[in-house]
Design a binder for this molecule. Structure first.
Ligand code: NCD
Length: 327
């Protein structure tokens, strides 16, 4: 296990190990423990070609609590604006012997291209509309904290499924754990193939919410709204927004999840009094990422995967040459 590119690549037993480890990491996080697993000197890079607050910062905090160096690269102020290709950027980072690259990119599959060009572990932090595997892990962890085993639970996912990497990764992961996924949203934002992924698609919000144990509403992606997938935010709220009355269709103990950032008054209004887990999801995001980084770092320490090793002798030879010439 060098990389985490898709949640589909993570076997169920590995997922359970990560969730268990995340619950221990959460205690360390709450106590602000500085941990020492021998990762001192390892470097994690965050390379985000799309905006982020939660995901990027949580990876940085996670790496630092584990004793690693965390370095953020801002594409808008790096050589990327000079036209450097993704492959070359990744090779440059490899040349600095970084250990992990956490990457968000607008194009599906970009983290996979990065992974092929480096011996560092690549973690997909969102690739276009494709996947966001660590969000699915933190969502599963959060659901398990509130509900225990999620097998057989009804999970309602509402909104822009078409553009949601969060929904896609969650549907893959939660169905692997036996949850029953029900989705709804504007018909223009419901992609084909959901049935094959194991989800039940509804036309109306009432039947989607009825008896749901978990309600996950997605952010309306204003940045992808240029094509006018629905007439207005007001209309979106009137059909798919969550208020107290709508939430009363769900199970009385239903939790309300949101990956953030929340658009108040569009996805959710202030009348809802169910537990909104958005902040808990953020906390759990740090814990899950600590667990994942630790797991990848340990797996790679055993494997030793340097694709471009520098022999000490070569190096010494060149340095002594240099000295001679310098003299
Ligand atoms: C999501 C993302 O960027 O995929 N945010 C996140 O990582 N918590 C959700 C979104 O922006 O819609």
């Amino acid at each position: 296990m060098k990389d985490l590119l898709s949640i589909r690549d993570l076997p169920k037993d590995e997922t359970i190990k990560i969730i268990k480890s995340a619950s221990i990491m959460k205690k360390h996080l709450m106590r602000k423990d500085q941990l020492d697993y021998g990762f001192n000197g390892k470097t994690l890079i965050t390379l985000f070609y799309e905006p982020s607050t939660r995901t990027r910062v949580s990876f940085e905090i996670a790496a630092k609590l584990l004793g690693m160096n965390a370095v953020n690269i801002e594409p808008s102020t790096s050589s990327i604006v000079k036209g450097e290709s993704l492959k070359d950027t990744i090779k440059t980072l490899s040349g600095m012997h970084v250990d992990m690259i956490v990457m968000r990119h607008p194009i599906t599959g970009a983290p996979g291209i990065a992974a092929k060009n480096t011996s560092a572990s690549v973690i997909n932090a969102g690739d276009g509309i494709n996947e966001h595997p660590t969000q699915a892990l933190l969502d599963l962890f959060t659901m398990m904290e509130y509900k225990g085993d999620i097998k057989g639970l009804k999970i309602a996912i509402i909104g822009d499924i078409l553009h949601s990497r969060v929904a896609r990764s969650n549907i893959y992961l939660l169905s692997k754990f036996g949850a029953k996924i029900h989705v709804t949203g504007p018909s223009t934002l419901i992609p084909p193939g959901l049935k094959q992924m194991g989800a039940v698609v509804h036309k109306d919000i009432k039947s989607t919410l009825e008896g749901a144990d978990v309600v996950m509403t997605l952010r309306v992606q204003r940045e992808r709204q240029a094509l006018g997938f629905f007439p207005s935010f007001k209309e979106y709220f009137s059909l798919f927004g969550l208020n107290k009355e709508r939430m009363s269709y769900a199970h009385p103990d239903a939790i309300l999840m949101h990956p953030g950032p929340v658009n108040r008054g569009i996805e959710i209004d202030d009348t809802v009094d169910n537990v909104l887990t958005a902040n808990r999801q953020v906390t759990n995001g740090v814990a899950v990422r600590m667990a994942l980084i630790k797991r990848l770092a340990e797996a790679n320490r055993r494997g030793g995967f340097d694709l471009n090793p520098i022999s000490d002798n070569d190096n010494m030879h060149k340095i002594s040459d240099l000295k001679e010439h310098a003299l």
